[in-house]
Design a binder for this molecule. Structure first.
Ligand code: B16
Ligand code: MG
Length: 218
């Protein structure tokens, strides 16, 4: 049995900020006359801020100047942060704390692997900033998921081989990234959407301590 590590995505896994991203992108898209559906939002999960706006503009067949692009990015993020600023410990999704506590008690290294540039702010708001041994986020990676850079970097920082890492992800792009990195992918959400994951659970309350122990034994 080799040393294992766990990597957690942030938005949609630890906290439900995915809904705030949706509200903020929808408001922004509609303000420039672009329709924005939940299906389209699914394609933005795990995708960087820049890439998300590029996709929205493409769907709406809009072309804008670099200055306008920068302005829209700021507007979206300010709107998103207005939701984030209201967050506290109670926003950690049910069952997450239990799994984090189990891993910490067993001295298993845990990392954050998120596309978000707001990850450090969010971790502080929900008081989880001391839990992760390594935080790899949108500020430290160049290539967005499904590129595996974010997870490979986390594995490297933890000193654990990628094949011994287990990734929790709510996005199709993130599950793909974990699979490409040869890690074990655990999807959190709808099994029809996350069908490429090795395992899928509706949420963390469905993950038992036995399941975690089994993963540790493999
Ligand atoms: P920000 P994750 C991702 O976070 C979100 O899923 C995605 O919707 C968002 O566009 C991206 O972070 C960038 O976030 O605008 O805060 O830098 O799921 O990888 O934790
Ligand atoms: Mg996510």
């Amino acid at each position: 049995m080799s040393k294992k590590a766990f990597i957690f995505d942030l938005d949609g896994v630890i906290v439900d900020t995915a809904k705030y991203h949706f509200h903020a992108w929808k408001k922004l898209a509609n303000s420039i006359g672009v329709d924005f559906t939940e299906e389209e939002n699914e394609q933005l999960k795990g995708v960087s801020r820049v890439k998300s706006l590029e996709k929205i503009l493409l769907w709406g067949n809009k072309s804008i100047s670099e200055e306008e692009f920068a302005e829209l990015m700021t507007l979206k993020n300010d709107d998103y942060l207005s939701y984030v600023n209201k967050m506290d410990e109670s926003d950690v999704l049910p069952g997450v704390k239990e799994v984090l506590d189990q891993l910490t008690a067993l001295n298993i290294p845990i990392a954050l692997g998120s596309a978000s540039k707001n990850a450090p702010t969010i971790l502080k708001k929900v008081k989880l900033d001391k839990v992760f041994k390594s935080v790899v986020d949108g500020n430290s990676v160049k290539k967005a998921k499904p590129n595996p850079e974010v997870f490979l970097k986390a594995a490297e920082q933890l000193g654990v081989s990628p094949k011994d890492c287990i990734v929790f992800e709510d996005s199709q792009a993130g599950v793909k990234a974990a699979n490409i990195a040869s890690m074990v992918s655990v999807g959190i959400g709808d099994k029809n959407i996350l069908h490429e994951a090795n395992y899928v659970f509706e949420d963390f309350t469905k993950i038992s301590s036995n399941f975690i122990n089994e993963l540790l034994k493999k």
